[in-house]
Design a protein. Structure first.
Length: 120
């Protein structure tokens, strides 16, 4: 991968990181703004369900932030775009589709097949 490709992915990942952090901040603000008291148990149950859903989304955003940070670290240490399983270069097309990926398409397909066989 050449310098221009690396800069492209560094900028893309930095933008993704900023967006993920902004979403996380807005999610937390929404949760702290909703301290309502409900007289109807159904309304309370709906609010609790919404809160649980929001927390799941926040957890996914947190995990994405860690993946983006790890990808940026791989750019810095020169291992970005190298499959962690087989050591081959990950295609630019795959990286554009999934910039945080650590595996080439063949190793990812094998991993998913193994997970399917194990029932994960």
């Amino acid at each position: 991968m050449d310098h221009n490709d690396l800069e492209y992915f560094r900028n893309l990942l930095a933008k993704m990181l900023e967006e993920a952090k902004q979403k996380g901040d807005s999610t937390l603000e929404e949760m702290t703004d909703s301290n309502e008291i409900f007289a109807d148990p159904a309304d309370r149950a709906t609010a609790e369900s919404d809160r649980a859903f929001t927390l799941r989304i926040r957890d996914r955003e947190r995990r994405l932030i860690r993946k983006i940070q790890a990808a940026l670290a791989r750019i810095d240490d020169g291992t970005y775009g190298i499959c962690e399983e087989c050591g081959e270069e990950i295609s630019v097309a795959r990286l554009k589709a999934r910039p945080v990926t650590r595996l080439c398409i063949n190793c990812k397909a094998k991993q998913e097949e193994d997970e399917h066989l194990r029932g994960d």
